[in-house]
Design a protein around this ligand. Sequence first.
Ligand code: UD1
Length: 411
Amino acid sequence: MSEKVKQAMEYCAKYGQEHLIPYMRPCYSEESLKFATQILQHDLRLIRDRYTVLRDQEENLCMPPEIFDLLYADTETKQGLFQSGLSAIKSGKVAAVTMAGGQGTRLGHFGPKGTYELPFDPIQSFFEIQSQSLIELRDQAHMEIPWLIMTSQENYADTKEYFEQKRYFGYGRDKIRFFTQSMIPVVDMDGKILVHHREILLSPNGNGGIFSSLHTSGNLQWLKENQIRHLFICGIDNVLVKMADPLFIGFAIQNQCDIAAKSSLKKGPKEQAGVFCLRNNRIAYLEYTEINERIADATNERGEYLFGDIGIGMYVYHIDLIEQLSECPLPFHEARKCVEYSLPTGETIRPEKPNAIKFETFIFDSFSHARKVSVLRVPRNREFAPVKNMRGDDSPEDAAILYSKRKDPLL
Ligand code: UD1
């Protein structure tokens, strides 16, 4: 056997690449010598180390967490949670916040997403649906809770005007507070800030901006002065949202957690929704834009998705954690987008493929700052019907059907 082939075989065995050894047989052939030369050119230790890091990330960081499934809870438990939440609401300790910084572009609507009117009977906007839910809560609790609405700087005026026009949907005008989130420059693929019409291009800093914006807008102070202890926080586009759901508030209180989050079971591996996981034995969250196929497809021995609990954009945060988070920057994620910009000559460039990076923070990155995060799994057909696309999955038509059945006792 040539010295080189022998050396290559030992090298493979040392760094866990034994499966390459048979390719060097018969060990005296020209091909084997060529193959051995190739192997010796690569740093197999580096490959092993890199792979170990990746494996560790997947195996140690991403186990599925323990989740309380409402479907299997008995009536007494559910009653207990509900009463505990309702009593906190009645004693004025709860407020709701809607993260409504998004635009309705994907739905072909040029305005704040919350003002998009859904083809329901009668037609209703997302904001109207949320106000109806708060009115139902008012009927149960015999009081109106404060409702804070986070907008982007771009859609602040339109959102306020819409509420004015709709006379606040019959909800207490003095209970509704609007505030804006911060903006951040958009850069090109080389990190250079883009300009349009001699203005720096800006985009909202993501829904993780909620904490610092509550603080800078003075709302955090206001909430504290008004003895609010629990903030129900939600997105705008789920038509089955239960605003400040007493049972959910009770779940957060009884678990003594500083964040409670609702989950539902995933429809399929390609669903555009993030999943709950465990990272270093703590509950964490992987956004759908950053999940690899292995995690998305993984199933257990019963064929169920291993990472099968998706986030449905509903949280309860304790005010003390909000205060802590208001001064604690969350990491930026990047979204690659097609963004129109102009050159110093004034010429407008309309790119056809992604040319720009928008930086965004995500609300669930705050999980790592919490003492305890608890997850409540709720039945999907009762609580999750998002409207994301004009047609196909998660369309307004799908949502209309689910919305019309939301109180169907047989569902
Ligand atoms: C979001 C979640 C995803 C979840 C899915 C469920 C985030 C980052 N992702 O995805 O994990 O499974 O909903 O439907 O939350 N918003 C702002 N300001 C911003 C950006 C967003 O207020 O700068 C608001 C939006 O108006 C919306 C919510 O945050 O109400 C979620 O943002 P969106 O971009 O719609 O996230 P999705 O891709 O739908």
